[in-house]
Every structure is written in structure tokens, then in C-alpha cells.
Design a binder for this molecule. Structure first.
Ligand SMILES: O=C1O[C@H](COP(=O)(O)O)[C@@H](O)[C@H](O)[C@H]1O
Length: 268
């Protein structure tokens, strides 16, 4: 990785998050362009999956699908044969609907031959949202036999401009969920209203969590998540893997309001 430089303002108040940045348990990498960010994300995938026997990956939807679909087909050294892929959240829609996250992976990533349909653990969109969550829970329990709380090797999360991640929304009671590993949501403020999501206990049990956030619309919320110590933290600010690593990959417009230490990366 060329042109790595640390950038921070030494005169700001030091929060717990900033201490995590300095101790290395939290890394924030900022890229000049989305394509450089995508390249780095692909390298993270190569690195994290190397040597793992049955790599278990959780993918989010939204803008991440296009980013991965553009980058992964041209990533050297990516061996995906033994991967199992689940979705961090899914909208309760037929896979043929353009808003279905699995449908989007099917139309883009699977079509490029990077992964096959049989590698995905998917919801059953023909069920009610409660039944779909129970069915998805059962499928994840099969994927992680013997684990009370599944521990994914890598989860890739997105970030909404409101601070949501997966289908965990600000102020929603699901943020307090402690027992279920998967939950149904019927009142998502972002359409469609019915979704199935991993809960915070599973997200925080992952070995590595990578957030991907791009674009100016995420700048304000990123400052709140990464720098402000709010009494009622936003969903994405509640992601702090208990024993794992947390990495934020941002482009410059998204990182515009940050004054905490970040790694500035350029691969060109
Ligand atoms: O609704 C969702 O939004 C988030 C963020 O999407 P983005 O397009 O702003 O990147 C996504 O991570 C989540 O999986 C999806 O269901």
C-alpha cells in the first residue's frame, strides 16, 4: 500500500474511540476514491480468508453489492471455493425484486462466477417475517454447529446516513436485543418495512468487522459515530467486536468531518 500517512489534529479532546484508534483495536482508513477503497476491501477479503478452512462471511446490501461486484471478479489470489456467505440483513422480498439483497448478489456477483448460489445462506421470502427470521436462525445454527452465538470470520457492514447498519435503526427496540441471533423487523423506516437482520450480539461476536462508507451523505453521521460519545449511541456506534477487530474503510467525502487519527491510503 503506497502513500500511507497518519493524519490527525492533536488538540481535540481524546475520547474512548480515539484511544481505540491509537491502541490499534480500531482502524480507520481513508481512500481518495471509491475504486481504491474497493481494491483495499478486496485485499482484506484475500487476507482474512487465506488459510481459513470454511471461511464464513457476512455481507450487507445497499451500495456494497456494486462495489464488490465490480472489484472481486478482477481480484488476484481470491479463492472463494470453501466460503459460506450469509447476509447481515435482508429485505423480505422475492429474489427477483430489484430491492432484494440476495437478488442483487445473484444478478451481479454470482453471475460473474465469484461465488455460487449454493454458497449462500438465504432467507425464505415466501414466509412471514417472523417465520423467515426463525428459518434464517435455524440455517445459521446449522452453519455454526455448537456455537451459542455464531462468530463469523468476517462481517462487512454498510452505514446509512441515519447511522443504521444491517437493519438496525436508530431508536429501535431491536438495539437492545440480547437473546436472538436473528430478528424480524416489521417497521423499518427505510423501505421495505419488513426485513430480517443479524442482531448486535452476533455482529459483535465476529472475528473481524469491516464497515464500508462512501460519499458525502455519510460525513456528518461518521463524525457522530467515530468521535462523539453519545449517551444513546447510533446503531453503527454500538458495533465493537468483543474479541475481534474493527476496521472502517472510507472515501474522502465520507471522512470529510473527521478530526480523529485516520490512516490516509492511496494505492495509485
Ligand atoms: O438498507 C440498507 O442500507 C444499508 C446501507 O446502504 P448503503 O446503500 O447506504 O450503503 C446496508 O448496509 C444494508 O444492508 C441495507 O439493508
Amino acid at each position: 500500500m503506497a502513500n500511507l500517512s497518519l493524519s490527525h489534529s492533536p488538540d481535540v479532546n481524546i475520547t474512548e474511540k480515539q484511544k481505540s484508534v491509537m491502541s490499534g483495536s480500531l482502524q480507520i482508513r481513508v481512500f481518495p476514491s471509491t475504486s481504491e477503497l474497493a481494491l483495499s476491501l478486496a485485499q482484506v477479503l484475500v487476507h482474512e480468508s487465506q488459510g481459513s478452512n470454511g471461511f464464513k462471511l457476512g455481507l450487507s446490501g445497499g451500495s456494497l453489492v456494486q462495489l464488490l461486484s465490480r472489484e472481486l471478479p478482477k481480484t488476484p489470489g481470491l479463492c472463494t471455493q470453501d466460503w459460506k456467505v450469509a447476509l447481515c440483513d435482508e429485505r423480505l422480498l422475492p429474489f427477483t425484486d430489484p430491492e432484494s439483497t440476495y437478488g442483487e448478489y445473484q444478478r451481479h456477483l454470482i453471475q460473474h462466477g465469484v461465488l455460487s448460489e449454493s454458497q449462500f445462506v438465504k432467507i425464505d421470502p415466501s414466509l412471514s417475517v417472523e417465520e423467515a427470521a426463525a428459518d434464517y436462525t435455524r440455517k445459521l445454527r446449522e452453519l455454526f454447529p455448537g456455537s451459542d452465538v455464531p462468530s463469523f470470520d468476517l462481517l462487512i457492514l454498510g452505514l446509512g446516513p441515519d447511522g443504521h447498519t444491517a437493519s438496525l435503526f436508530p431508536g429501535h427496540p431491536l438495539l437492545e436485543e440480547k437473546d436472538q441471533i436473528v430478528a424480524p423487523i416489521k417497521d423499518s423506516p427505510k423501505p421495505p418495512p419488513e426485513r430480517v437482520t443479524l442482531t448486535l450480539p452476533v455482529i459483535n461476536a465476529a472475528k473481524t468487522v469491516v464497515f464500508v462508507a462512501t460519499g458525502e451523505s455519510k460525513a456528518g453521521v461518521l463524525k457522530r459515530i467515530l468521535q462523539d460519545a453519545e449517551s444513546d449511541p447510533l446503531p453503527a456506534a454500538r458495533v465493537a467486536p468483543t474479541h475481534g477487530k474493527l476496521l472502517w474503510l472510507l472515501d474522502e467525502p465520507a471522512a470529510r468531518e473527521l478530526t480523529c487519527p485516520v490512516e490516509k491510503h492511496s494505492v495509485l
